[in-house]
Ligand binder design. Structure first.
Ligand code: PGA
Length: 232
């Protein structure tokens, strides 16, 4: 879907996720690029989030992750690759800068996103209310545990805060593609896609999006069959 969108619009503006789930997605993009079938030369990317308190060149940052899985292998122009700067001293200013850059680029054409086991998208964690714009987030313990693999398996080493794109920016993307794999995501996928729309499950807000697609493997989709049977 992303390759098709890039071919249709070589100046595509992409929202991109990090995490374990999208690794095979990035590998596929790299493969297509290597076969000469995908040109990133004029594509612009905005990542969903970044840890705060890490230096810009910290290998554990999401910027470094993006370089490892995609940037090092395709012809993305570094001037068109954007992540929030987690090392910025004034996070409010950095958040405004990031949102302005997204607006100047014309907004996100396609936002590819993952889902946390707690229902978060980007780092919009479950809460009574969500922020529309880029903002500072205090990471929930489960999110720090889920990211421990980047920090030598030690959740306490994972930064306590991150800058995250807001729910408004994600929902304004022209198309949203939600990726989920594995049994650990089955319950939350079912809640997000078939349960009530609630900020307690941020991904459930995708139910009101005009053009949202969930790409699931069988394990992650397992709860959907159960939900359909329950409601039948
Ligand atoms: P994961 O993260 O792909 O590592 O499960 C997804 C997310 O938290 O958005």
């Amino acid at each position: 879907m992303v390759a098709r969108a890039v071919r249709q619009n070589p100046r595509l503006v992409l929202g991109l996720p990090t995490g374990r789930t999208p690794e095979s997605f990035y590998h596929a993009l790299v493969r297509m690029h290597r076969r000469g079938r995908l040109d990133f030369g004029r594509v612009t990317t905005f990542n969903l989030d970044e840890f705060t308190g890490l230096a810009a060149d910290d290998p554990r940052s999401y910027r470094a992750y993006m370089h490892r899985v995609l940037g090092a292998f395709v012809n993305l122009s570094t001037s068109r690759v954007h992540l929030p700067d987690g090392s910025a001293s004034d996070w409010q200013r950095e958040a405004r800068r990031y949102d302005n850059a997204i607006v100047r680029a014309g907004g996100l054409d396609v936002a590819v996103i993952g889902i946390g086991a707690n229902g978060h998208i980007g780092f919009n964690e479950p809460a009574p209310a969500l922020e529309a714009a880029t903002h500072l987030v205090r990471l929930r313990p489960e999110s720090r545990r889920a990211n421990a693999y980047l920090f030598g398996g030690r959740p306490q080493q994972v930064p306590t805060h991150a800058l995250s794109m807001g729910i408004g920016t994600i929902l304004r993307a022209r198309t949203v593609v939600l990726l989920a794999t594995g049994q650990a995501k089955a319950a939350i996928v079912a809640r997000a896609l078939t349960g009530p729309v609630t900020t307690r499950v941020p991904a459930s807000l995708l139910q009101v999006h005009r053009s949202a697609v969930a790409v699931l493997d069988r394990s992650a989709a397992a709860g959907l069959a159960a939900a359909a049977t329950d409601s039948a």
